[in-house]
Design a protein around this ligand. Structure first.
Ligand SMILES: [Zn+2]
Ligand SMILES: [Zn+2]
Length: 351
């Protein structure tokens, strides 16, 4: 495959060391066999990217970014159903379909899932990215690619809501109103959850949470702490979804649950929480994780984004950012100065 319309190299933001990213020219990753080359138009910055790039969990030499949308630039031989120019986002590779988890409809727990550390991953903070064709999801007509790049984090939010088993009319607590927390708020409200309270220390983030559908915002310290393990707070929640990754938020969230309530851990952080096992035991609480997506997560996310039911303008930071803005944006996200999803356009400013 050598297409004269394609460049030989591409610009990419390459991780070097904690807080160090170099903009490099890399050879174009040409698609082979069942692979496709995508020209990236927008790639969102994920909390995971902050852990990789700022906290140093990344592997030097890698390109981050897994929340991207773009157009197909080239396809390997033997691929049917796709043509250059098609608008796509990339999801996970098809799982084995045969193991117990896959048969149970939970492909994210597949025995053959790739290493969760993302060994060998090359992402969308580059002008082009190469993916396996089983990862491709078509962007619905009428949905712009900047909004479509929310599909991956929205699929994460939808999975958290699935794991919470929240039902219409219930009360939910969301801890942390960063980009993921905001998407969880919007997804809960779209699912008919009557009351969504957001616990978040920063005022700007609490206000943004109200914009995307939260019914109330509060400071984490304002949440009552029940004195004894069998005590329930005066206004308990059926469901709490922890998006901040902070130990104290995880611990506080558990104390806010009604009897039989569910705490879902989605935010990642370094310090492990300490949970009162008597509280879990006496009130039959469920503490669970949400990792990645439902089996149909990307399809549902794209459909929801295309439906116009979500307040997408408030879920994405305004303005254009290129690869050189990546690191400053990460610092501003980590400091809580930016609230919603930051979209990087790797082609800026070299259009
Ligand atoms: Zn993500
Ligand atoms: Zn499997």
């Amino acid at each position: 495959m050598s297409d004269p319309r394609l460049p030989e190299s591409m610009r990419a933001a390459v991780y070097e060391a904690p807080g160090r990213i170099r903009i490099e020219d890399r050879p174009l990753p040409l698609p082979r066999g069942d692979e496709v080359l995508i020209e990236v138009e927008h790639c969102g910055i994920c909390g995971t990217d902050l852990h990789l790039f700022l906290d140093g969990l990344g592997r030097p030499g890698t390109i981050g970014g897994h929340e991207y949308a773009g157009t197909i630039a080239a396809i390997g031989g033997g691929i049917l159903g796709w043509t250059p120019g098609d608008r796509v986002v990339a999801g996970p590779r098809a799982s084995c379909g045969a193991c117990a988890s896959c048969r149970d409809g939970r492909p994210v727990l597949c025995d053959t899932r790739p290493d969760v550390t993302g060994e060998g991953f090359q992402g969308g903070f580059a002008e082009y990215v190469r993916v396996h064709d089983s990862q491709l999801r078509r962007v619905p007509d009428g949905l712009d690619l900047r909004t479509a790049a929310l599909a991956e984090p929205l699929a994460v939010a939808l999975h958290a809501v699935t794991r919470s088993r929240a039902r219409p009319g219930q009360r939910a607590l969301v801890c942390g109103a960063g980009p993921l927390g905001l998407l969880v708020v919007a997804a809960l409200r779209d699912a008919g959850v009557a009351e969504v309270v957001v616990s978040e220390p920063r005022e700007t983030r609490r206000r943004r949470a109200l914009d995307v559908g939260a019914t109330r915002g509060c400071e984490p310290g304002a949440l009552a702490s029940p004195p004894m393990p069998f005590d329930i707070v005066p206004e308990p929640f059926h469901v709490a979804i922890e998006c901040s990754g902070h130990k104290s938020a995880m611990e506080t969230a558990l104390g806010q649950l009604a009897r039989g309530g569910t705490l879902v851990l989605v935010g990642t952080g370094g310090e492990p929480p300490r949970f009162d096992h008597y509280r879990i035991l006496l009130n039959e609480l469920v503490v669970t994780g949400a990792f990645n997506y439902d089996a149909d997560g990307f399809e549902r996310a794209l459909e929801l984004l295309a439906s116009g039911r979500l307040p997408t303008a408030s879920l994405i930071e305004p303005g254009h950012a290129g690869l050189t803005d990546l690191l400053p944006s990460m610092y501003r996200l980590a400091a809580g100065e930016l609230t919603a999803k930051v979209m990087i356009d790797p082609r800026e400013p070299h259009r």
